[in-house]
Structures are given as structure tokens and as C-alpha cells.
Ligand binder design. Structure first.
Ligand SMILES: [Zn+2]
Length: 321
């Protein structure tokens, strides 16, 4: 009986990972810290564990708050064809054209990143340490999501093309299996972003353009693999799970010709650059002397609530969409 319960929990965990997966998001925030200039490193390096752990808070919040989900994606193909010029890049104009309900339902990640960047800039101006750390960890999540091809496609889990599961396969299974061993995370330095809206839309358009390849290549490879070779019971986090086999995972990653590594590296560089840009725009405050060193009661309570909501969902085996 114990084994059956344990197995259910493991299966639930495997379907509850989305976006870059917890592993990917945490690695992206972690590596981004090393791209910062020394004036910022004095704050970020001693708090690297917090920045890493809390990279996944926005995903945990999806279980607790209904309005959270649209902040992680945009079904940009809903708005015509690439490069989707009919979609106004300004939020108010997009709402004017399509109504707010529609814009929210189709996902708002490009606009939400810009709001988070403004909040982070204000936190730097206030020299509010708790806010800087919390917002840095969270904006890292949304930026990384905007680099994932299937976060810019309405066929986000291959549900329209009989490829269900491809979402977690691309962004969780592959990085978990290959990132440590094969990906190169030596990435230059954070750079100042002159035009934030433009930068965000460029990344989203790249993601959208790559989403066709993500789906097409998986379909082609599936035809070459018998089902018992495509999936296998293999170990994940010390547990045996039915998942895409290592053989299939390696072959698919090869077929994508480094795409996942490139998007992960660019995510890291983008996250560091958004942190750096917010700090510069706030007037480069001295981060050695900050206010609000401790988190508020409210912050601590929120961290706890998010963890509880996530744990409960895992135990119920609830899917996120
Ligand atoms: Zn997400």
C-alpha cells in the first residue's frame, strides 16, 4: 500500500512541473547572479540561495491564485501570423482592439515582465532589500518563461497535435537529463537594455518562431521510435517513473541542434540584464547599505502559503491547466 501511495505522489509530481520546470528555473536564476557587476554581486551572491529557491514562486502561485496563470505565457498565434503585427505591442492598445478579457485569456507575459521591471526599479530606488530580492527572484521566472517556445504557442502542450506531454519534455526532462553534463553556462556579462518593450517582444517572437520546430521535430522522431523505446521507466530524483526515455530525449535534443541550450543560456543572460538595467535606472544605489533587511511577516506568510498550495496540489495530482 505504501508503495502505491508513493507511486501516486511521484506521478503527480511528474505532471505538476511546468515552465522551465523547477530545475530549469532555479538554474537560470542561479547562473544569472554570476553575470552581475561587483556592485550588485555584494547583494546577490550572499543571497544566491534565496534567488534560486524563489525562482519557482510564480509557479507555486498558479495553484493558489487564478489570475496568476496568464502571466506566464502568450498564445501569440491567436493574433494572426508571424510576426503578428496586428497585435499592438502596447497593452492598452491591445485591450482596446481585442478587449481585456481576450488579452488576458491569451496570456500577458510580455507586458507582465515590463510591470515587474518597473517594480524592481522602484525597489532599488527605495533601497528595500527584501523587495529587491523577492522581485529579482520572481522576474527571473517570467523572463525565463518568455524564452520557452511553447509558452508562445496556443498548442502549448501538443494538445492540438496529439503530442501531449511535449511541454514538460522540452523544458524539464531535457534540461534535467543533459544540462549539467552537456550545456555550457559560461556566459559573458549582464548588459544594459535600452529598450525594454522591444527586447521583450523580440524574445517572444523568437520563441514563437521556434515553437513550430519543437512540435515538428518531435513528430518526426516519434515516427522513428517504437512506443516502448520512446517511453521508459527510468529514475528521476531517485524515483522510478514512466517518462520519455533517455534515448529518445538525447535524439530529440540532437535534432533540435542546441536549441534548448541556446534558449537557456539566453534566459540567464536576459535575467541578469533585466536586474542590471533596473539597478542602473534606479541610479545605481549602493547595495551595501540597504533598508528592510528582513522579510516582513506578510512576505513570510506568503512564502508559506505558496508552499502549502503547491504541496496540496501535488498530493491531489492536479494538473495546472
Ligand atoms: Zn511559469
Amino acid at each position: 500500500m505504501k508503495k502505491i501511495v508513493l507511486c501516486c505522489i511521484c506521478c503527480a509530481i511528474s505532471i505538476c512541473c511546468f515552465c522551465w520546470g523547477f530545475y530549469g528555473h532555479q538554474r537560470i536564476n542561479y547562473y544569472a547572479v554570476f553575470l552581475l557587476p561587483p556592485e550588485m554581486m555584494v547583494l546577490y551572491k550572499p543571497n544566491i540561495q534565496f534567488i534560486t529557491d524563489h525562482a519557482v514562486d510564480p509557479d507555486k502561485r498558479r495553484y493558489a491564485v487564478a489570475a496568476e496563470a496568464p502571466k506566464h505565457f502568450i498564445d501569440i498565434d491567436f493574433y494572426g501570423s508571424y510576426p503578428y503585427r496586428q497585435l499592438p505591442r502596447k497593452y492598452d492598445e491591445a485591450v482596446e482592439k481585442y478587449t481585456e478579457d481576450t488579452v488576458i485569456a491569451r496570456g500577458i507575459v510580455p507586458w507582465w515582465i515590463q510591470i515587474m521591471e518597473q517594480r524592481l526599479t522602484s525597489a532599488f530606488k527605495e533601497k528595500n532589500r527584501a523587495k529587491i530580492l523577492k522581485l529579482s527572484a520572481e522576474i527571473g521566472h517570467y523572463i525565463a518563461d518568455s524564452h520557452v517556445p511553447l509558452h508562445a504557442s496556443s498548442n502549448h502542450d501538443g494538445q492540438l497535435s496529439n503530442q501531449k506531454g511535449i511541454h514538460g519534455f522540452w523544458e524539464s526532462r531535457i534540461p534535467e537529463l543533459l544540462a549539467e553534463k552537456e550545456f555550457d553556462f559560461m556566459i559573458g556579462k549582464a548588459t544594459y537594455i535600452d529598450n525594454i518593450p522591444n527586447y521583450v517582444w523580440q524574445r517572444v517572437l523568437e520563441s514563437s518562431a521556434a515553437s513550430d520546430t519543437v512540435l515538428k521535430d518531435e513528430a518526426v522522431l516519434t515516427k522513428q521510435f517504437p512506443v516502448d523505446k520512446k517511453y521508459a521507466f527510468e529514475e528521476r530524483n531517485g524515483k522510478m517513473l514512466r517518462q520519455y526515455s533517455s534515448q529518445f530525449t538525447i535524439a530529440y535534443n540532437k535534432m533540435l541542434n542546441g536549441m534548448i541550450e541556446r534558449r537557456m543560456r539566453l534566459s540567464i543572460s536576459s535575467v541578469a540584464s533585466f536586474w542590471y538595467t533596473a539597478w542602473v535606472n534606479a541610479g545605481q544605489p549602493d547595495l551595501k547599505t540597504l533598508q528592510n533587511v528582513a522579510f516582513t511577516e506578510e512576505d513570510l506568510k506568503e512564502f508559506e502559503t505558496l508552499n502549502d498550495a503547491w504541496k496540496n496540489s501535488v498530493l491531489k495530482g492536479r494538473e495546472h491547466e
